[in-house]
Design a protein around this ligand. Structure first.
Ligand code: TTP
Length: 672
């Protein structure tokens, strides 16, 4: 069957960097005596020695797997060293690993556009660097090629029997008759080998990398040869790679959509998809998903590397498997308080260090009915506008939980019974903060407001809080896997604001903090990543967003912007001179990265930008009133004045006018 070729005009060099057994390496750096020994990081609890969350490659050789309990690992490998993950608030504290990940990001970010995809994964766009190298010092002109480069795995590379591996790699890289795409990849191979050496030197961590023409292929490749190796997917090897790749290993196909492809269309490998026309796939799965499937079968993916060094969201979660499932509202509230406290702490650091605020709080849980553990009903996820301050987050999280619980139990035709013996069991809880935006410079009083929010958690009260004035169901409704896949396929990087995931907590005795940061893709050789793949691919996710009371359908359609939406919209306007000149902080670096990435924006992004511009005409009564009411009076006054000025801005003044370009102008000095 003839196969449409990927676009050739845009030969990019995209890299996916994945740290090897990351938590183990972080612990080994702390305790160098563990290096070279079979070891694993375990989240300790009394049950069978706790759950393994990271396993060293030496331990893997002895048959130890991430799915094992500590006791099982010891039985499989008696000499294994188990290191306990740090604990805070009765759950894993991942700060140590997060900051180790940041060290790596800061090294890699110097080489090109860099996207932090998870706690230990990064995408890089090295096209510019590769092009410069090709112009100045192409591989064939190099006298010496580093050993690390010569160890690269190049998919589809021809090798005669008896040929020396490194010699073959050298020949491939230095071919003068190679096409431009392969030449650029060759430069990428050299640059990445150097970067990986630099990461090792500066952090003592090894990593593996995939080098290809797009993110999807780079991600697939990085897991193929681990640890401490790099794998390259030349354009000519794409079809062979995909033809035998199990469909469920593909990004976003690990769940229901992948299952449907298997059962409904008999598709077992990505290559099997080639027999279906685009129209046929669209008939089955809708226009966007159909086209997306048609493209991935051919190795086509237009997803860009986003210039983002900071996480897109923050999350804190915990699982309660087996006998530890939560059975009462008071224990749920206790854990939500712990999780909210951690979330609030991280939001505080983000605000302080990066001047960013989150606008949406989402609660996910997994549950079953105690008399019906077989029930496959999903516990709905719920969202509401983010309110800063531990107590508020705790309150909102608990209210979201109760709203979700009512709906969940309602689906069985049952009303939850206050403190009576409950018939539900909760096996996982998580709270996350998303839709994070930069606070414009010059808004110092707003900053002070967020920073001064109380940090002392309130004591929880038992019993079911029935009334919740702040929240009623509204706005965006549930989001099936297919819909969310479709959204992502059409607009890979646009945050739709409604697709939150319900992690698959089952059989996972570990904290899920990383879920919010973890990327979506599954690697062929790394079965363990499936857990997070499942968590992130929106499988069976039901999402609901709780908003404020909606009075009429017009409002309902428009949604009620909260204070952070205002900032978000502000960000859509041209930056002031002062802002564009800032270059020393991470936040300004990320702003610059955003600006540069916007130059590659697709039509979709332009549309989003345009719609933001038109949203400028907020009136105070369009702002989510309860969020507005939370603000101190003087800030409410400031905001009103901001909105008034802003309206003038929209209706009259030129957007390029220097006098209107600073946010300070919209937030005049307090008039106490
Ligand atoms: P991974 O990148 O999936 O795995 P890894 O780095 O341990 O090993 P590999 O070399 O095969 O890539 O996860 C990164 C870290 O995230 C891992 O070290 C521990 C943590 N993690 C969890 O805590 N729970 C999980 O379910 C997974 C998949 C990872």
């Amino acid at each position: 069957m003839p196969v449409a070729r990927p676009e050739t005009s845009d030969a990019r060099v995209i890299v996916h960097v994945d740290m090897d057994c990351f938590y183990v390496q972080v612990e080994q750096r702390k305790q160098p005596e563990l290096r070279g020994l079979p070891s694993a990081v375990v989240q300790y609890n009394e049950w069978q020695g706790g759950g393994l969350i990271a396993v060293s490659y030496e331990a893997r050789k002895c048959g130890v797997k991430r799915s094992m309990r500590g006791d099982e690992a010891k039985a499989a490998c008696p000499q294994i060293q188990l290191v306990q993950v740090p604990v805070a608030r009765g759950k894993a504290d991942l700060n140590l690993y997060r900051s180790a990940g940041s060290e790596v990001v800061s090294i890699l970010a110097k080489s090109g556009k860099c996207e932090r995809a998870s706690i230990d994964e990064v995408y890089l766009d090295l096209t510019d660097a590769a092009e410069s190298m090709l112009a100045d010092a192409p591989p064939e002109s190099l006298e010496l090629i580093d050993e690390e480069v010569l160890k690269s795995h190049i998919l589809g590379m021809n090798r005669e029997d008896g040929d020396d591996f490194k010699e073959s790699v050298r020949n491939w890289i230095c071919r003068e008759d190679a096409d431009r795409r392969d030449k650029l990849l060759s430069c990428g191979i050299i640059i990445v080998a150097e970067l990986r050496k630099q990461v090792l030197k500066e952090t003592e961590f090894t990593c593996s990398a995939g080098i290809a023409h797009n993110k999807m292929l780079a991600k697939l490749a990085s897991g193929m040869n681990k640890p401490a190796q790099q794998t390259v997917v030349p354009y000519a090897a794409v079809q062979e790679l995909l033809s035998s790749l199990p469909i469920k290993k593909m990004k976003q196909l690990g769940g229901k959509l992948g299952t449907s492809l298997q059962t409904d269309l008999g598709v077992d490998t990505v290559g099997d998809l080639l027999q279906f026309s685009e129209t046929k796939l669209q008939e089955h799965y809708g226009v966007n998903t159909g086209t997306w499937l048609w493209n991935i079968a051919r190795g086509i993916s237009g997803e860009e590397v986003q210039g983002r060094l900071l996480p897109k969201s923050h999350g804190s979660g915990k699982t309660f498997p087996g006998p530890r499932a939560l059975k009462s509202l008071s224990t749920v509230q206790h854990w939500l308080n712990q999780l909210s406290e951690e979330l609030s702490e991280r939001l505080g650091s983000d605000l302080e260090q990066n001047k960013r605020i989150a606008s949406t709080l989402t609660l996910h849980a997994s549950a079953f009915r105690s008399k019906d553990s077989d029930s496959h009903k999903k516990f709905p996820s719920k969202s509401c506008p983010m309110r800063y301050g531990v107590t508020k987050i705790q309150e909102d999280a608990f209210n979201l939980f109760q709203a979700a619980l009512r709906e969940y139990m309602g689906s069985f035709g049952i009303k939850p019974q206050g403190n009576k013996l409950e018939t539900w069991r909760i096996t996982g809880l998580s709270v996350s903060a998303s839709k994070i935006v930069d606070i414009p410079s010059g808004t110092s009083s707003i900053m002070r407001y967020f920073q001064s929010q109380p940090t002392v958690p309130s004591r929880s009260a038992d019993g079911c809080v029935q009334g919740n004035v702040a929240m009623t169901a509204s706005a965006s409704e549930g989001c099936s896997e297919q819909r969310s896949t479709e959204t992502q396929a059409a607009m890979p990087e646009v945050d739709t604001g409604v697709t939150y995931t319900l992690p698959n907590f089952e059989n996972q005795d570990k904290d899920i903090d990383l879920v919010s940061e973890k990327d979506v893709v599954s690697c062929p050789s790394n079965e363990a990543t499936d857990v997070s793949t499942q968590s992130e691919s929106n499988k069976g996710t039901q999402t609901k967003r709780i908003g404020r009371k909606m009075n009429n359908s017009k409002e309902k359609n428009r949604g009620m912007p909260s204070i952070v939406d205002i900032f978000k919209n502000y960000n859509a306007t041209p930056p002031s001179k002062q802002e564009t000149q800032e270059d020393s902080t991470v936040s300004s670096a990320s702003k610059r990265a955003k600006l540069s990435s916007s130059s590659h924006n697709s039509q979709v992004n332009q549309e989003v930008e345009e719609s933001r511009e038109t949203d400028w005409g907020y009136k105070t009564d369009e702002i989510d009133q309860s969020v507005f009411d939370e603000l101190p009076v003087e800030i409410q006054r400031e905001l009103r004045s901001f909105l008034r000025t802003n309206k003038q801005f929209n209706t009259g003044k030129s957007k390029g006018d220097g006098s209107t370009s600073s946010i300070a102008h919209y937030f005049p000095p307090l008039n106490r």
